[in-house]
Every structure is written in structure tokens, then in C-alpha cells.
Write a protein that binds this ligand. Structure first.
Ligand code: KIV
Ligand code: ZN
Length: 505
């Protein structure tokens, strides 16, 4: 079986999803999980885009030693130099240079002609090659590019030293048949194409990203660029879990393998969803909550008699434990630690103590604590560390005959407690107004959603919100058995991200 290189761009294209901006610690945590998943390449960021992104890529390069660490650069010297600055300490560094090649992009966005584009591609690949061996080049919007010009630009990039040529379907426009014909044309018409690995990068605007990526394998591609949960610009990128599980489940048809440890898929999906605040739709292939649920009597009957009657994949292969074991208020620290280890969490003693204290608090409110509760709890506890303002207390009074009133106490950056109160249209509005009076950063709430982590009246409620400030969107997440408290935590989480971004800027 031939190996397919899995190039994960969750931290770069995935981060381009509206509202999914990540801080350095969050990027590092996701990169650690991608390493456990055994992806071959992590595209860790776009260093020229912001000093924060450069720092994040540098930290990942220093600390994540298994996969190749790649940095994206547009075709300008300062972008290539920033990419090198960010990845030069990686064990296996890569620079990915991109430049648009379609008429519409060249004429309207870049305002450059073909010969200028050709020269820039050649020069910037050569500049990257001056720094390192592993250079990837993408003619952006390749699927809407004149194929004859595409052949020329690819040939020039390989001559200048590109070792991977990526063919992006930037706007998710192509269909499998057409994409294959384009790749066939490239293999036939680019004389030096065998000196590079051909990669594909498909967007999902027509829902065809995974299908186009898989079709490309039979037409010579050997690297697929994809993201966890398919997140990414607009409708997203090809989703890693769909591609990997399609190759594995239909190995009778695909003669390709990946090195992915599929048992890490579920954990990676949860982590990315928790950190970015981008929910996975329930019916999402492989990682949606319904992906392995059977509702109709006939299906349930079949699965009970023989799992494969209605299941083409074993849920354990994607890391679903199927465990019905629950913990409760009598469970001790040891049982708690062991269960977390089984779920793949390796906590330090200090983190474990914090998480255990939160577990005991939760166990007082909720009779049975499931794996899903534990995942929410660990996420909540471990990700509240880099805060400018900490929510210490929140109290509301509301009802159908009273004006919703909230009082809030925060601990500020200098460690002093500050408090205020406000009235609002509802309890959440009142809390947000009180918090805003204390923090004093203009922002607009543009999205608010609440869902329960598990079934039952005592379930943990997870609140995800998005706020907008200075043209940028920030996501916040909070979880608690009390959804009012979860709402306050989510708002603080979003505000702390906004404050961190302001500080960076
Ligand atoms: O979609 C795209 O074309 C990209 C490039 C930078 C590869 O993300
Ligand atoms: Zn893209």
C-alpha cells in the first residue's frame, strides 16, 4: 500500500474560520494532540500575519518534535523570512509559499500579469530554498487557473527547488472528475513533476472537499491537506477524519495507507471543537454525536444482533470507548485519575488537584459523571489559566415580575477584586452589562448558544458565544451545571481573548 502524507492545516486554514482565533497555549495544545494523532505535517500558522502567530509557530517548532512543522508565507521576501524565523528550530521544518495564478485573482487582487507572477513564484521558492530543503509551493485558485499557465508555474517552482506542489481548490469549485483531469494534465505536461510530491488542498463550498481529495489519489496525489472537523475558511476544508476513515474502511478499493492513529480522532475532534468553540454538527460523519447512534427499532435490533449490520466502522477505532462506567461523589482521586488516563489525559499533579476539586464540586450537583462530563470539566479547568480578568462571583435575580439584576465580582490584572451591578433585559444581558462596566472594552455580542453536554436535568450546560470588536470576532466558552454561571464564564473567556489580542497588537 502506498503511503499518503497527511498534512494538517487546522492551526492555519482551520484558524481562518470566522471566530476561531487561537492563542499560543491553545495552538500548542492542539499541536500536541495532532502529534499523538501522528499527522505527518502540521501547518502551524502564517507567521507574517501577526507577531503572535510567529511566536506560536516558533513554540510549536521548539516543542512538537515528531511531525514536520510548516509555516505559510505569501510570495514576498518578508513573509518568507518570517516563515523561516518561525520554523528554523523545528526538527523537520517546511516553508509553504503560495501565490494566486487564476486570471480573476491576478487581475483583481494582485494586479500583476503572468510573467510577474511566474517570476515571483520562482524567486520566492528560491528564497525559501536558501533557508531549508523542504519547500512547498501552491498556485492559489489552481482549479480556476488556465491549465497551460498552471503547468508553467509548477515547472518553474520545481526548478527553483519546490519539493511539494500543492494544488488548491481554493474556492471549493471543482468536482472529482474535473479535478482528476486537471491532475492528469499536470502529470502529462509538467516535465519535472516527478521531482516533487503532488498535494491537494480542497475546500468544501459544494460539500465535495473529501470526495475531491480522495479522487485525487487515483490521479497521482500523495499528500492531502485537511483539518480536524473540516474547519476552515468559509465552508471549511476537507476533513481529516473523513479522509482517513474512508481510506481505512474501504481499503478494498483504495490501495493507500496513512500513519494516523485513528483512536486519537475523537479526542482531537473534541479538543478542536472545545477550543475553537465551533460545534460539530450532530450528523457529521465520524465525529458527530449521532455518527454511531441508532435510533430506529429495526436498526437497533440489527446492531444488537450483529454490529456490522448497520455499522461500517467500529466506534473504538476512532477512539470512542463505549464505556458506560460513571464516576460519582464517592469516587476517589485514584479512580478519577485512572479514568482520565484512560481518556488520554496526562495531567500534572497540580492540574489533577484542580480538576479533582472541580469534579467533587460537580459530583455534589450531579449524581453520575460520565466521560463526556469529565472531558468538559478538564477542558474548563485547564483552559482558564491565561486570564486578564477572573470571574470570582456572579449572582442574578430575575423572574416574570422583576427586573433582571446581576452583580458580578472580578479579580483584575493587578490582583484586586472589583465589583459592579447592572439591570438587563434578561439575566444574561444583566451579567454582560455588569461585566462590561468593569472591563470597559467596547464589544458587541453577535452569537450566543447553549447546549447540554449529556442528557438529564442535572447535565452540564456548555455556553458558546462570539463577540465582535474592532472588526474581529472572538469566541468564548464556559461550562457549568448552572447555565447562567456558564454564560458568565463564556463571556469572560471571550473578553480575555479580546484583551490578549489587544495586548499583542
Ligand atoms: O485555499 C487555499 O488556496 C489556501 C492556500 C494558502 C494553500 O489555503
Ligand atoms: Zn485553504
Amino acid at each position: 500500500m502506498e503511503k499518503v502524507i497527511i498534512f494538517d492545516t487546522t492551526l492555519r486554514d482551520g484558524e481562518q474560520s470566522a471566530g476561531a482565533a487561537l492563542n499560543i497555549d491553545e495552538k500548542l495544545e492542539i499541536a500536541g494532540q495532532l502529534e499523538k494523532l501522528k499527522v505527518d505535517v502540521i501547518e502551524a500558522g502564517f507567521p507574517i500575519a501577526s507577531p503572535g502567530d510567529l511566536k506560536a509557530v516558533r513554540r510549536i517548532s521548539q516543542e512538537v518534535r515528531g511531525p514536520t512543522i510548516c509555516a505559510l508565507a505569501y510570495a514576498q521576501p518578508k513573509a518568507v523570512d518570517a516563515a523561516w524565523e518561525a520554523v528554523k528550530q523545528a526538527r523537520h521544518p517546511r516553508i509553504h509559499v503560495f501565490l494566486s495564478s487564476s486570471e480573476v485573482h491576478m487581475a483583481h487582487q494582485l494586479r500583476k500579469n503572468r510573467s510577474q507572477i511566474l517570476k515571483l513564484s520562482r524567486d520566492m521558492v528560491a528564497r525559501a530554498k536558501g533557508y531549508l530543503e523542504d519547500v512547498e509551493f501552491s498556485p492559489m485558485d489552481a482549479t480556476r487557473t488556465d491549465p497551460v499557465f498552471l503547468y508553467k508555474i509548477i515547472e518553474a517552482a520545481i526548478q527553483a527547488g519546490a519539493t511539494t506542489i500543492n494544488i488548491p481548490d481554493t474556492v471549493g469549485y471543482t468536482i472529482p472528475r474535473e479535478f482528476c483531469a486537471l491532475l492528469d494534465g499536470i502529470f502529462k505536461n509538467v516535465p519535472n513533476i516527478n521531482e516533487a510530491v503532488v498535494s491537494v488542498h480542497c475546500h468544501n463550498d459544494l460539500g465535495l472537499a473529501a470526495a475531491n481529495s480522495l479522487a485525487a489519489l487515483d490521479c497521482g496525489a500523495r499528500q492531502i491537506e485537511c483539518t480536524i472537523n473540516g474547519i476552515g475558511e468559509r465552508a471549511g476544508n476537507a476533513s481529516l477524519e473523513e479522509i482517513v476513515m474512508a481510506l481505512r474502511t474501504r481499503k478494498d478499493l483504495f490501495n493507500y495507507r496513512t500513519d494516523i492513529d485513528t483512536t486519537q480522532i475523537h479526542k482531537a475532534s473534541r479538543l478542536v471543537s472545545d477550543i475553537t468553540g465551533m460545534y460539530v454538527q450532530p450528523n457529521k460523519a465520524i465525529v458527530g454525536v449521532n455518527a454511531f447512534r441508532h435510533e430506529s427499532g429495526i436498526h437497533q435490533d440489527g446492531v444488537l444482533k450483529e454490529r456490522t449490520t448497520y455499522e461500517i466502522m467500529d466506534p473504538r477505532d476512532v477512539g470512542l470507548t463505549g464505556s458506560t462506567l460513571t464516576l460519582g461523589k464517592l469516587s476517589g482521586r485514584h479512580a478519577f485519575k485512572v479514568r482520565l488516563q484512560e481518556l488520554g489525559y496526562a495531567l500534572t499533579d497540580e492540574e489533577l488537584s484542580r480538576a479533582f476539586a472541580a469534579f467533587k464540586e460537580l459530583a455534589d450537583k450531579k449524581r453520575e459523571i460520565t466521560d463526556r462530563d469529565l472531558e468538559a470539566l478538564v477542558a474548563e479547568e485547564l483552559r482558564t489559566v491565561s486570564e486578564t480578568y477572573h470571574l470570582e462571583q456572579v449572582q442574578v435575580s430575575c423572574g416574570d415580575h422583576s427586573v433582571p439584576t446581576a452583580s458580578v465580582r472580578l479579580v483584575g490584572p493587578d490582583g484586586t477584586a472589583i465589583a459592579d451591578a447592572a439591570l438587563g433585559a434578561g439575566p444574561v444581558d444583566a451579567i454582560y452589562k455588569a461585566i462590561n462596566r468593569l472591563v470597559g472594552v467596547p464589544n458587541e455580542l453577535i452569537e450566543f448558544s447553549v447546549k447540554s453536554v449529556t442528557e438529564g436535568i442535572d447535565a452540564i450546560g456548555e455556553v458558546t458565544i462570539r463577540i465582535q470588536s474592532g472588526g474581529k470576532i472572538y469566541t468564548g466558552r464556559g461550562a457549568a451545571t448552572d447555565i447562567i454561571v456558564a454564560s458568565a464564564k463564556a463571556y469572560m473567556n471571550a473578553l480575555n481573548r479580546l484583551l490578549a489580542a489587544m495586548e499583542k497588537a
